[in-house]
Each structure stands twice: as structure tokens, then as C-alpha cells.
Ligand binder design. Structure first.
Ligand code: GLA
Length: 383
């Protein structure tokens, strides 16, 4: 071996060693796993925790590909869990509020549990009055997902996959859905990338149903927290929360969040839409940058007491802003805390509710050979 050659081998060897010891992606497991309890079927579940260098962590269970906890610092550096949820998978199995869940195959409502696709009528189980909500009785939030840690240059990442059989909950086509949760190593951002493929024409609307209280999950009312939405229109609903089909201007209504407003400021105003939702439980039509395909800023929430700020960015055309109107203090959550009414808000990025029955809404149809893709980012800071 020539001196030059030996030198090169040594150099290469050293470079490789350096890379390993400085923690190249995949050199050490970045995701911690712990048991999260047994389901009524006897299946065991796990809780996966992703941590970054900025004091943030995110815990996710394979039951429902559910976000169980998001812990972020406040303006003094105090780290608190700011999402509602439970301490074991069994409680999620019994729960009805969709805390932190991946919602599918069709998030939000489908009127009268029926829609037409390719000239065929499909009937779905009704679980919300006369309508189908969040994928039916056994939606994706009630399924055990396959989970694996995947390499990512951005930070710890968890891939969750679920194959929904043809005809499940009445929907046509085998749908293979993947959700990747990536926590950025160097900034307090959680990115959620959804993708799905099908073997028959179907409808898809995937979202995450995290309930946020930026003051901490056991702090009570969110009515003093402020919200700004990048939306000049919303989709008004009937008394069963089904969109009428109209895209209505928010101007001069309690639905105008184009500037930051305390969530509680107008929530009990004499307004028919607020009456129907018993508060906010509506889809806003996001104002999108022209020609942009990247996740764009949809919402900014701020808690003046802790200073925590949540920005939501998404590629989706809409966001359901729901103020926990159906929570009533009877559900015991994490640490035994009983979540009162309006103790959290949800920002469910989505296609509009009941899109399969509204040809004027952006389409939720997925065809074989095409891939559904969608990204939502929860970005945290303090102010
Ligand atoms: C969504 C719906 C609400 C309610 C919650 C879950 O936000 O729009 O009406 O069903 O999910 O309780």
C-alpha cells in the first residue's frame, strides 16, 4: 500500500469515526419507548417520546397514532404539557373526544352518512345524530397503527402506518395511510406529514385532533388566550353543523379573527352560527398565498399569562376551530384532571366538512395511482 493510499484510508476512517461520535442521524435511538397499557382486545400499546435540544418533547402512542403530550417551555423556561389527553391507551379506547388523535378516513362530518362517488351511493355508519363524524364509529383514532422510528436530518421522526380495508366504516377502497411526526432538533416545531394511497376511488380527509391549552393542560379556561386566523371567509353550517355550501365573509361577525382576538371575547354573542356550534366549531377557509404549495401560516394562538405562542402552518385549504364546547368536566384526563367546558381549543387542519356532497368545495376524492399528501406544522415560541 502506498503512503498516499494509507493516508487516504486513515483519513476516511477518521472522518467516519468523527461522524458517528458527533451523532449522525440514526447513530443512537432518538425516540424513547415505554409501555402504554393493554387494549380490551389484549393488544399491547406503546408510548414513543421524541425530544429535541430546545426543551420540547412530543409523546405519541400507536393507538390511534395519537399525540398524548406536547411539552414546551413558557417565557420563564418552565416546561408544561399543553395538550389534553389520558395516561393510558385504555382510556383513549373508551374516550369520545378524539384527544390528540389522527382522524380518518374522513375527518369532520359527512351529511346523513352518505355520498356518491363514480355514480355509486355509499352509506356510512352514523355516529353524530344523522351524520357521520370523524371516520365513523371505529375511525382511524380507534386503530392500532404500525410504528417505526425513521431517519431524518431534521430531528427524531416517527412513522405510523395503517391499512384500512376496502369497505371499512362503509368507505370504498383499501386505503394505506401514513403519518410521519418529525420534531425538529434545533427548533420547537412538530411537523406532521400525511400521505395515503388507495386501490379504488375513495374520499380522504386526514387531520390531527390535538386539544391545546397553552397555559398547561390542567389550567382550565382558554377564553383569555388569543387567536388570529389567516382567513377572510368561513363555511356556515346548519343546526347539525353541516356546511350550507356558502363561503361567508367573516367581516363584522364574531368569526373575524383576521386580527388577534381573545377567544372568549365574542364566543357567547347572539349569533345563530355560534348557537349552532354552542361556541366555535366551524371551518375557516384559509387565505392561501398564490401558487404556493408549501405549508402556509393558518393560525396564531397566544397565551398572555405563560407567553406561549402556537403557530399552525398547513398545506390544507381549511381549519376547524373548535373550542371544546362538548367537554363538561366529567372526563378525567392526565393526572386525574377533569377537563371543564372550553378548557382547550382545537385547530384541525382539513378539507372542508362534507366535501363529498359539495362539488363547489376543494375535492377530497383520491384515485388509484395518485397519492394524497398533506403537511401541518405546530410551531412554538414565547412572547
Ligand atoms: C370536531 C367537531 C366537533 C366535535 C369534536 C369532538 O371538532 O367539529 O363538533 O365533534 O370534533 O368532540
Amino acid at each position: 500500500m502506498s503512503v498516499l493510499h494509507t493516508g487516504m484510508v486513515l483519513f476516511l476512517g477518521l472522518t467516519l469515526m468523527t461522524l458517528k461520535s458527533t451523532g449522525d442521524p440514526g447513530s443512537a435511538p432518538k425516540v424513547e419507548v415505554q409501555p402504554f397499557g393493554t387494549l380490551s382486545s389484549g393488544q399491547k400499546t406503546d408510548l414513543y417520546t421524541l425530544k429535541n435540544d430546545k426543551g420540547m418533547s412530543v409523546s405519541i402512542t400507536n393507538y390511534g397514532a395519537t399525540i398524548v403530550a406536547i411539552k414546551v417551555p413558557d417565557r420563564t423556561g418552565k416546561v408544561e404539557d399543553i395538550t389534553l389527553g389520558f395516561d393510558s391507551a385504555k382510556e383513549y379506547e373508551e374516550g369520545k373526544a378524539y384527544f390528540g388523535a389522527t382522524v380518518g378516513r374522513y375527518g369532520n362530518r359527512i351529511a346523513h352518512g352518505t355520498f356518491m362517488l363514480d355514480g355509486k351511493t355509499y352509506r356510512l355508519p352514523k355516529n353524530n345524530g344523522d351524520n357521520t363524524l370523524h371516520g365513523g364509529i371505529n375511525g382511524f383514532n380507534k386503530k392500532l397503527w404500525s410504528v417505526r422510528e425513521i431517519p431524518s436530518a431534521d430531528g427524531p421522526a416517527l412513522q405510523c402506518t395503517y391499512m384500512s380495508p376496502d369497505g371499512e366504516e362503509g368507505f370504498p377502497g383499501t386505503l394505506t395511510a401514513t403519518v410521519v411526526f418529525t420534531l425538529y432538533q434545533d427548533k420547537n416545531e412538530l411537523r406532521i406529514d400525511y400521505s395515503a394511497t388507495t386501490d379504488k376511488p375513495t374520499v380522504v380527509n386526514l387531520t390531527n385532533h390535538s386539544y391545546f391549552d397553552l397555559a398547561g393542560q390542567n389550567h382550565g379556561s382558554i377564553l383569555g388566550e388569543t387567536l388570529q386566523l389567516n382567513a377572510t371567509r368561513f363555511t356556515p353550517v346548519d343546526s347539525a353543523l353541516i356546511p350550507t355550501g356558502e363561503l361567508r365573509e367573516v367581516k363584522n361577525t364574531p368569526f373575524d379573527f383576521t386580527h388577534p382576538v381573545a377567544i372568549g371575547k365574542r364566543i357567547d354573542a347572539a349569533d345563530e352560527q355560534l348557537k349552532f356550534g354552542q361556541g366555535y366549531d366551524h371551518n375557516w377557509v384559509l387565505d392561501k398565498p398564490k401558487g404556493g404549495t408549501r405549508a402556509a401560516l393558518a393560525a396564531i394562538a397566544h397565551d398572555p399569562t405563560s407567553g406561549r405562542v402556537l403557530e399552525v402552518l398547513t398545506t390544507e385549504p381549511g381549519v376547524q376551530f373548535y373550542t371544546g364546547n362538548f367537554l363538561d368536566g366529567t372526563v378525567k384526563g392526565k393526572g386525574g384532571y377533569e377537563y371543564p367546558r372550553r378548557s382547550a381549543f382545537c385547530l384541525e387542519t382539513q378539507h372542508f366538512p362534507d366535501s363529498p356532497n359539495h362539488p363547489n368545495f376543494p375535492s377530497t376524492t383520491l384515485l388509484p395511482g395518485n397519492e394524497f399528501r398533506s403537511t401541518t406544522i405546530f410551531r412554538f415560541s414565547v412572547k
